[in-house]
Design a protein around this ligand. Structure first.
Ligand code: SF4
Length: 358
């Protein structure tokens, strides 16, 4: 723990640095908890540059929580398209409805109430409370973990319960409680711009005189994570079935990736197989009455798609058929050139881009 003197020096240095280096971002200009909440959820998914465009589109389409609550989930998913982790988009929609129905459309101000809302954890609740009302809750996001791990040379794994607790206690003790909003912004911005994950410019850092990791040459080893993410390989065979200018799509409804997004009829297999093997599968036969009645127009647009825990090998087969030959009950029929109107995964989007549909 730092002495009062060192603590004050640390805070003052950080705030001075922030004053000279901060980026002008719209969510820093507001105390509207709704806008702060949206920005925080978006920024958990992407970097500031890309997040800014999403934030502006969301605020334009849903300027307040009532607009968001009254929208259709598909509108929200469509706007979220490309960010990944679509459960976050479904959660913000559900939470907006809760705020309207249970809080009269007014964002709650109490940390304990905020953290009970769907999709909001400790980090987001602390961010909303401090940024909107200057309440003394320290934020600990990936940037803060990194800055603290390095300055204080902490090698406790940040993805463990004990690690999270240790960092949270330290962050809370460092927080300038009278300036919680600006202090929290400052330490996050410091991690984002100065104490970056790879090759930070330590020679020109305001903390290099006191940074333990720099002194001990351990910068690139901190912070520590315990778990290696286990990646599951999956094999998706998409059937782009054309019937004149129509094609068939389905909504993913299972609790799996991309829930409630649209896609082409899909056959998932346990390994990579080619089209001659695919037509022999029960799944393929269940879709077509007779495989002989279809014509393969385009043999396999192949792409690999990486998610945080999954590597998806996807192949898109373009087929021509007559709707009488297909068990269409399971699928929606739509104009091929209208596919851009549906919320789809980035994987489907990549395919549509390759076909110049979007
Ligand atoms: S000296 Fe390097 S590692 Fe330490 S806080 Fe500064 S940028 Fe981060």
């Amino acid at each position: 723990m730092l002495s009062d003197n060192l603590l004050n020096t640390f805070r003052r240095s950080l705030l001075n640095w922030y004053d000279s280096n901060k980026r002008d971002l719209p969510w820093r200009e507001t105390q509207d908890a709704y806008k702060i909440w949206l920005s925080e959820i978006i920024l958990q998914q992407t970097r500031v540059n890309q997040g800014l465009a999403y934030y502006n589109r969301f605020i334009q389409q849903f300027p307040n929580v009532q607009h968001l609550a009254n929208s259709h989930e598909e509108e929200v998913l469509k706007l979220w398209q490309g960010l990944g982790y679509y459960s976050r988009a479904r959660n913000i929609h559900a939470t907006a409805k809760t705020i309207v129905s249970e809080y009269n459309g007014i964002f709650p101000t109490d940390y304990e109430e905020i953290i009970r809302l769907k999709g909001i954890g400790d980090y987001t609740a602390a961010a909303i409370c401090s940024f909107s009302q200057n309440k003394p809750y320290a934020v600990v996001d990936g940037n803060v973990f990194r800055v603290l791990a390095r300055i204080f040379n902490i090698d406790t794994a940040i993805d463990t319960t004990s690690g999270k607790k240790e960092f949270k206690i330290l962050a809370q003790s460092l927080l300038d409680k009278n300036k919680a909003a600006v202090y929290n912004q400052a330490i996050m911005e410091f991690g984002a711009l100065q104490c970056v994950p790879n090759n930070p410019d330590c020679e020109n850092c305001i903390f290099n005189y006191s940074c333990s990791a720099f002194a001990e040459n351990k910068v690139q080893y901190l912070p520590v994570k315990s778990k290696k993410t286990k990646v599951r390989e999956r094999f998706f065979n998409y059937l782009v079935i054309l019937d004149g200018s129509y094609c068939f799509i389905q909504k993913r409804t299972e609790n799996d990736v991309w829930k409630n997004l649209y896609e082409f009829p899909l056959i998932e297999t346990t390994q990579k197989i080619d089209f001659s093997e695919l037509v022999l599968t029960d799944s393929f036969r269940a879709i077509f009455k007779n495989a002989g009645d279809i014509e393969l127009l385009h043999n396999g647009f192949y792409t690999k798609h990486i998610l945080s825990h999954q590597k998806i090998h996807a192949v898109f087969y373009t087929l021509k058929t007559f709707s009488t030959n297909i068990s269409i009950n399971r699928y929606e029929k739509t104009f091929f050139n209208k596919l851009a109107n549906y919320p789809v995964s980035r994987l489907i989007e990549i395919y549509l881009e390759s076909q110049k549909i979007i």
